[in-house]
Design a protein around this ligand. Structure first.
Ligand SMILES: Nc1nc2c(c(=O)[nH]1)N[C@H]1C(S)=C(S)[C@@H](COP(=O)(O)O)O[C@H]1N2
Ligand SMILES: [Mo]
Length: 150
């Protein structure tokens, strides 16, 4: 069964199957997104809120001011090498509070065989609806300190 690896600046990184993702409250999203090649797509997704899944992995966000939380990002990878980025602020209720899902069901069919799918209901286009998610990296933007550059 496919699993996704949730890793990065987390106290408790996790390998999660689609069945594991059913351990969070289920949210539903009925969405229409545009695909550059196939036109408008209409789907019903059910699954866990990505922010709930990340919260249980002990992200390095505790006691951080909003301003300090605003530099965290999530990189979501599909098994075929398709990658998309989200900012933590998109998910954080103090900012956009977008109900981004890790879907366990698509149009009434379980995704256990295929792997979970990222659902960004606020997106107009389908590019970030990453299917067969294998990795999610969570972490903060760091500015490199380069010797000799000021
Ligand atoms: N893993 C993976 N997910 C992906 C893509 C991809 O190439 N690989 N394409 C994206 C794009 S561009 C669109 S429009 C939607 C299409 O979703 P659909 O096939 O369910 O209509 O999937 C998205 N998710
Ligand atoms: Mo697309």
């Amino acid at each position: 069964m496919p699993t996704l690896l949730l890793h990065g600046d987390l106290g408790r990184p996790a390998a999660l199957s689609v069945a594991d993702l059913r351990g969070w409250p289920v949210h539903r999203a009925e969405v229409t997104f545009d695909c550059a090649t196939n036109g408008p797509q209409h789907h019903v997704f059910e699954g866990a809120l990505l922010r709930d899944v990340v919260a249980r992995a002990h992200p390095d966000l505790e006691d951080r001011r909003r301003k300090d939380r605003s530099r965290f990002v999530l990189a979501v990878s599909g098994g075929d090498g398709h990658h998309s980025l989200l900012s933590w602020a998109e998910l954080d209720p103090d900012f956009c509070g977008s109900p981004v899902l890790l879907a366990t069901r698509l149009d009434g069919e379980d995704l256990d065989e295929a792997g979970c799918q990222l659902v960004v209901p606020t997106d107009r286009c389908g590019a970030r609806y990453v299917s067969a998610v294998t990795h999610i990296w969570f972490g903060a933007l760091e500015v490199p300190v380069l010797a000799g550059v000021s």
